[in-house]
Design a protein around this ligand. Sequence first.
Ligand SMILES: OC[C@H]1O[C@H](O[C@H]2O[C@H](CO)[C@@H](O)[C@H](O)[C@H]2O)[C@H](O)[C@@H](O)[C@@H]1O
Length: 568
Amino acid sequence: MLYTVINLLAQIYCNGPILQTVQDSHMFPDSKHFVDMSLKYDPITTLRHFDELGDRTSDMIILREFVTSHFNPPGSELVEWFPDDWVDFPSNFLNIHDYHHRRWALHLHRIWKDLCRKVRDDVKHRQDHYSLLYVPHPFIIPGGRFLEFYYWDTFWILKGLLFSEMYETARGVIKNLGYMVDNHGFVPNGGRVYYLTRSQPPLLTPMVYEYYMSTGDLDFVMEILPTLDKEYEFWIKNRQEWFTDKDGVKQFPYYQYKAQLKVPRPESYREDSELAEHLQTDAEKIRMWSEIASAAETGWDFSTRWFSQNGDNLHRMDSIRTWSIVPADLNAFMCANARILASLYEIAGNFKKVKVFEQRYTWAKKEMRELHWNETDGIWYDYDIELKTHSNQYYVSNAVPLYAKCYDEDDEVPHRVHDYLERQGVLKFKKGLPTSLAMSSSQQWDKENAWPPMIHMVIEGFRTTGDLKLMKVAEKMATSWLTGTYQSFIRTHAMFEKYNVTPHTEETSGGGGGEYEVQTGFGWTNGVILDLLDKYGDQFASSSAPSSKFTFSLSNITFVAVILYILF
Ligand SMILES: OC[C@H]1O[C@H](O[C@H]2O[C@H](CO)[C@@H](O)[C@H](O)[C@H]2O)[C@H](O)[C@@H](O)[C@@H]1O
């Protein structure tokens, strides 16, 4: 049933004459706008009405009239939702000693209410009218143009919700992703029908682990465990290959982002059509669109990481070759998934499964050592499976295996990672780690853009080593990030999805590049700040807060007022 509905919807939102005509007409400046509009009639009627217009759809006035009379504006399928478990002052925030930061945290905490949505019941009953996929529980959207849930964003949103003591909402967002696995076989990139051809970095199992660590809610873990297992199977079945020795004997499995797409991404239809314009054959175009969709699956859309690293094509988007890359971060995530699932099955007393996942964990660590670890440079690199070599370039993702703890107990490894970052000169970026050093790139997952999830993983990677020197490194990074983003917030009153950390200016500002304007809101940014304030709020003092006496007393009054309000 659901399969038939999805197929029908695909004819409107993923392919077909309406999508192509509207997107090619440049009716909306952002290609995502059109595919987020819900239908006024069912897909078959809509297609028939469009067909009846014949050639007249080349007239912009007629086309616009058709869109207005057959589609609703984006967002009308969602209700703004007040989360039941939201309280004015979560007691965790008492741990934030500096009142400026506490006030900032309270502001971010309030933003959860602005970003919380519930899918209207009508979507459940008439899914064939909506590109939005039905999920049963309220959830947090990233913000800006992103009005649906996003898979890997949810991990950092969840971290923030847990610090905000919104355990019910946190459980709901996890359950929604589980609902995706149960109904669609995997977690898509985001909650739209056009995202059903690809996933995103697999962090559902780590989310359950984080939730369990904060709540001790074992019943929920046991309930969702089969779904987590099912998601792991999706990655095995659809994204796994075996590394073989020269005699063809299997050594260990490895994972790649590998989505298949025969058409341009619907939400960036124009951009992808133009990129493939020069290609002669359908096969070449399909390959390029699949490489692009796979890059979107990485979460790093787009980055020179997926483009040619040399020659005339250096760092050009049309040289995209995601299928040739074995990403260090994806394999680290799969490794962490295997380790967590082995522990959860142990708690469940299912020792057969413990053995299965322990074996997968052992393989994953072997894969990390043999394909990614570079003994000379002391870091993990992406592996180029076509050229049979390390990618050998600095990307902040090189440090993700440290966060995922995907290496054998060895005190040296974290220090070597630190030394590598130092040698690359990226620790000199005072405001935050740059994503890459590919200065000629105009992509958003490159150069001096710093992304909250990556900053968080590096900080956590060092903080959790237990090594005093590296914990200091983590603290310094966290303090710089908090200071820069706080100053930016005071100046702009906005939280950005990514930040520019160029050393050439004093101030941290919103990032740039890529195919859309920098967005504000912003789910994962706020989640990361709240989690860092959880970890460092008792030590971190604002050097940058507004200094006038008036602001000082006003903020104290605000805080006292909040406390009085709670007490009485
Ligand atoms: O519409 C273009 C792309 O937008 C998304 O990617 C970016 O935003 C996401 C939400 O914050 C984030 O998860 C992703 O890492 C960003 O690059 C979307 O995920 C892409 O699939 C889409 O093509």
